[in-house]
Design a protein around this ligand. Structure first.
Ligand SMILES: C[S@@+](CC[C@H](N)C(=O)[O-])C[C@H]1O[C@@H](n2cnc3c(N)ncnc32)[C@H](O)[C@@H]1O
Length: 238
């Protein structure tokens, strides 16, 4: 799919399966919840390179735990294919900023909204959508974005995660592939164990901060920051 490097696909789908599976397990223990999983930028739903698509993965986990599931796709041809994969009742055609409103998310408690844009779709519009979704009580948000895209647009930098989106805890998955795709999970729980096999850690651990620094800065900026921190302290004035 345009804007996504093929090399990153297996890693992306393995991460999604592990992260969403873990979250599903935690949510399903909270019996008072009424959860929903939403794939907000679902694509055509077709498996690629022997790996399930994101709507297949998320629908499978939702079905296993008895959660509701919806998949949204704006492109008409991809939507037709998506319907064949997830079924008519679970598929919504249109822009996710509009379709999310049709789901009545306020009536749910717990769940996950997944945003997986192409590299070229990382822009202020996406930022506004994720921000809107982060304010819903219905669940957590998972974003798959390129670190190179983040540096270009200034979005999702560390300050935005800390002070912007309305989620208390953040987890990050180490960058993969040429375009340095990272996953960021905004959640209201800190009870999610790290997943070392995929480099998924809490954002404010040393490893998490290191990942965020790579998202915030170019290699040259990181080298400059490193050389500043290596400069010996100036002698104190007497
Ligand atoms: C990278 S692909 C999704 C791939 C899919 N998550 C997977 O891993 O199988 C991104 C998709 O988002 C769709 N898209 C982009 N902006 C959208 C929007 N605002 N609302 C709904 N779909 C959107 C694109 O048409 C494209 O099919």
């Amino acid at each position: 799919m345009k804007g996504h490097s093929k090399e990153a696909t297996p890693g992306k789908q393995e991460s999604l399966r592990k992260i969403a599976g873990k979250l599903g397990g935690i949510i399903s223990n909270q019996k008072w919840m009424r959860p929903i999983f939403v794939d907000a930028m679902a694509g055509d739903g077709v498996a690629s390179q022997g790996f399930m698509s994101s709507p297949q993965i998320l629908q499978g986990i939702a079905n296993r735990f008895g959660f509701d599931f919806r998949a949204i796709e704006k492109d008409e041809e991809r939507f037709k294919s998506l319907v064949d994969v997830v079924g008519e009742d679970s598929a919504l055609h249109g822009m996710c900023q509009d379709s999310l409103k049709l789901i009545d998310l306020e009536s749910y408690r717990g769940g996950l909204i997944y945003f997986d844009p192409n590299g070229s779709e990382i822009n202020a519009e996406l930022d506004a959508m994720v921000d809107q979704a982060s304010r819903l009580d219905c669940g957590d948000i998972l974003i798959n974005v390129t670190a190179t895209g983040l540096k270009r647009t200034n979005l999702y930098r560390t300050a935005q995660l800390r002070h912007g989106f309305n989620k208390r805890f953040w987890y990050v998955r180490r960058p993969i592939g040429k375009w340095q795709w990272v996953m960021m999970l905004g959640t209201s729980t800190d009870k999610i164990d790290p997943i070392p096999a995929i480099g998924f850690v809490q954002a404010w651990t040393d490893e998490g901060k290191d990942i965020l620094a790579k998202c915030d800065h170019t290699n040259r900026e990181l080298q400059e920051l490193q050389s500043i921190s290596e400069t010996p302290d100036f002698p104190a004035f007497c």
